[in-house]
Ligand binder design. Sequence first.
Ligand SMILES: [Zn+2]
Length: 351
Amino acid sequence: MVRIFGDVDIIVLPPSFPFGGMENPRLTFATPTIIAGDRSLVSLVAHELAHSWSGNLVTNSTWNDFWLNEGFTVYFERRIMEDMYGKDYADMLAILGYQDLIRSIDEESKADQALKLKLKRRHPDVGMTDIAYEKGCFFLKMIEEASGRELFDSFLKNYFLEHKFQTINTEEFVNYLNEKLLIPNQIAVNVEEWIYESGIPSNCPVVESKNFTSVEEQLAAFGSENNLDEINPLDWSTHEWLHFIRSMPEDFSNKQLEIIDSRFQLTQSGNCEIACAWFEKSIRCNYEAIDQNLEKFLVRVGRRKFLTPLYRALKESDHLNRAIEIYEKARPNYHHVSSHTIDELLGYSKS
Ligand SMILES: [Zn+2]
């Protein structure tokens, strides 16, 4: 790719920063929650760098076309991770992304599951879901698989060069895609379905990960006998841990969570991704040993990506009162972006 913007610096903001990152040209803002001590969350840096092209060089015309910024950027993020750490590593990220997408499909209305949004008279923030990020990325991955990587890469390079410092909407992009890639190479794919319809089309690329299969086997071997020796996380990255926690069945008992927690100290994890996944699972399984650490986490961290699933889990597990008790302590430290979302989620109004 062409180097357009020159050097990029990253400034790490206080924990109340509501986003993972914000791709200001040449000066990315980042949440401190990406610092895990083992570089395991650096994909966010790749994401913000990729925005130098998708977002900052070629920009969505309206928020209805937000997926053009974020879908491309997640696609590039995964390609950068593949280049740096190999396919197995990138595949784990893709599967976690797919799990996030499934969750978004569950939560969003049918109309908001399309890549092209209709946000008229609504706040643009409503469209900042994993539909734009993950469905957008899987759409591009599908095109890559249909056309072959070499052809797709040269299409992408031309796309960014020919549209640099311009805005573009979804229809203009689709015309360009048809004209420059799909028609001349006789590639027939369901572009309209991906862009204008709800759900996940049946030709969504399927990603498999032997690392995750191993995690699932270890969790199964732990089984009802609580056989801790079967779990060997020595070479696990954050991603294996997330898959391990997400894969725990909803009917995991308190005893089982306690056995895992006392061996692996998940309640005390300094890795915010792992802590958030663990807290959410614990809330849903009524494992109350996390309560004080959960409160500390929610009071200290204001990143909306972590707040939303935790407050939602509290609410859905009949702990709305506890959610509001914590929220009243935490809310003064939250950015408006986060408090606006959580006010709505909890039905909270400051009286
Ligand atoms: Zn982004």
